[in-house]
Design a protein around this ligand. Structure first.
Ligand code: ADP
Length: 508
């Protein structure tokens, strides 16, 4: 990395993410928001991260402390003034130290859910205000620190107001005159839409409530605010960057994304090898590596034990870890479950989410206690055990912006069976006559239907049982792949340079 490092002048970057591992996590965004700032720091940038301090984040455990000059901030929410503090913490790794800032607000963030109320399963009714205050705190933080960021890098709809506020309310503020924004879409389907009446709370000029701004089919969209107003828009794989410009994947924003296509970049996520490495993983019973895979069998035994299913040598275990939402292709999994059971394979699932899926897997486990293990909840170390102990890993997603689990799987010698969409298409090489010799890493299918899915999984099971050499070669191919962050971090740094070099932004 030494070469690319010297390529970039050091920049100050405020990175905004509403989930960061290990503080708070609901999905891949948390992993990305911990790893990418570290890599950017390695490139020489001064990267600091701002996230909300949720009710479940322990101050002692995470060594969170007060900073005098960041206390008693005031934010305007419509006619109301609300107060909050920003506190400090740090992610310390062997390589680097990342300054974490945490927005503390009794009223908005002292809760157990991030975006959804765990008691009702519904979005918090005041999410419009919560993520307005979060956006406002970014500016107040910089002012109080007297730190002028070159870049504010915002993620997903929760950070979408930042580029809009910078172009609207703060347009003539000299403090931010040199600041540019980068907005990253991790999942376009979650948009942060609110009634048009919420617009009055934001303090934006009225003309932002138009179809080129926040207005979205009679409502307002924070995702749209980010896309319309940021200096550059990125998303988490090249393929998804193309897909979201089509009506099928565009969620109503494909028109705008096409308009912004010159400023839209697809940059594949990486995996954090400090957290996901079978040779060093503290969550698994026996480390293993490409040079010696023997520990993987021990991990398989341990997985069976942890999931309460019997271990049998030579019997494949099919793993799955997912938010239980329609996105993840769970209806296809349900549709082929009988085939899986009849094949004699075992199936283990870790997931939480929609009740209909939780009920389905709970029942399935009850009916097939020898073959099915299901943990319905969020459990970080279990996720590592599944990646390490499974033979196959399922991701039959309807859409998948990038997907991290297929990369974790390949790195752990676990062969993914995926639908060819989004980042799954960019990262998994299906086995066919040609790739058999050149480096296949998994099995994939295109059409979103149960037959196509089963055909791919059946091919995988046949290979597992009948073609052990090919299986081993595919495991090694996957483990050899370089999914590290450094290349992608360089691409983000290039986007930063590009927007800093451009004189004018997209709007107003
Ligand atoms: P998404 O961001 O759409 O949820 P990704 O594959 O990009 O999907 O990332 C999911 C991340 O969340 C992975 O790190 C995965 O291990 C983790 N994860 C998902 N569900 C659970 C769960 N129930 N328990 C522990 N980790 C989970």
């Amino acid at each position: 990395m030494t070469d690319s490092r010297s390529k970039f002048p050091p920049r100050s970057v405020l990175f905004l993410s509403t989930e960061v591992y290990p503080y708070a996590k609901t999905g891949g965004l948390a992993d990305v928001s911990a790893a990418l700032p570290q890599e950017l720091r390695e490139l020489g940038h001064d990267v600091r991260v701002l996230m909300p301090k949720y009710g479940f984040i322990g101050e002692k455990k995470q060594k969170i402390h007060l900073i005098n000059r960041l206390q008693g901030m005031e934010f305007k929410v419509g006619d109301r003034v609300v107060t909050g503090n920003v506190k400090s913490s740090a992610i310390l790794t062997q390589k680097t130290r990342i300054q974490m800032y945490m927005l503390e607000s009794e009223e908005y963030f002292q809760r157990n859910g991030l975006y959804v109320d765990p008691a009702t399963g519904k979005d918090y009714a005041d999410n419009d205000e919560r993520f307005l205050v979060y956006a406002l705190s970014a500016f107040e933080l910089c002012r109080r620190l007297m730190w002028k960021p070159d870049i504010i890098h915002c993620n997903d709809w929760q950070g979408g107001l930042v580029p809009a506020l910078l172009r609207g309310a703060l347009k003539d503020d000299p403090f931010f005159a040199g600041t540019k924004t980068v907005f990253t879409i991790h999942n376009l389907a979650y948009q942060g839409t609110f009634p048009a009446s919420s617009f009055a709370k934001l303090g934006l000029p009225n003309d932002f409530l138009d179809p080129d701004g926040l207005e979205f089919y009679g409502a307002i969209s924070y995702m749209k605010a980010g896309i319309a107003c940021a200096d550059a828009v990125t998303t988490v794989s090249e393929n998804y960057a193309h897909e979201i410009r089509t009506a099928e994947f565009g969620n109503g924003l494909d028109g705008l994304l096409n308009k912004r296509k010159r400023d839209l970049y697809g940059i594949l996520n990486g995996i954090d090898l400090a957290v996901w490495d079978p040779a060093k993983d503290v969550n698994i019973v026996r480390p293993f590596s490409i040079d010696d895979l023997s520990g993987k069998e021990e991990c398989k035994k341990d997985l069976c034990y942890s999931m309460g299913i019997p271990y049998t040598e030579g019997r494949p275990i099919i793993g799955m870890i997912a938010r239980l939402s329609d996105q993840k292709g769970l209806d296809l999994v349900a549709a082929i479950m009988e085939n899986i059971i009849n094949s004699g394979a075992q199936f283990v699932l870790l997931g939480s989410g929609e009740k209909k899926y939780e009920d389905f897997f709970a029942k399935l486990q009850k009916r097939n206690p020898e073959q099915v293990g299901a943990y319905l909840g969020f459990h970080d170390s279990f996720a590592h055990k599944i990646e390490a102990g499974s033979d196959l890993f399922l991701m039959p997603s309807r859409y998948e912006p990038c997907g991290l689990n297929q990369m974790y799987s390949m790195h752990y010698g676990t062969i993914p069976v995926v639908r060819k969409t989004g980042g799954l298409a960019d990262t998994v090489i299906d086995i066919d006559a040609a790739t058999r010799r050149t480096g296949a890493t998994g099995f994939s299918f295109e059409k979103y239907d149960a037959r196509a899915f089963w055909k791919a999984l059946d091919r995988a099971l046949q290979t597992y049982h009948n073609d052990k050499n090919v299986w081993r070669q595919m495991q090694l191919n996957g483990m050899k792949k370089d999914f590290s962050w450094d290349r992608s971090a360089v691409r983000y740094a290039e986007v930063y340079e590009k927007v800093l070099g451009a004189s004018k932004g997209p709007r107003h």
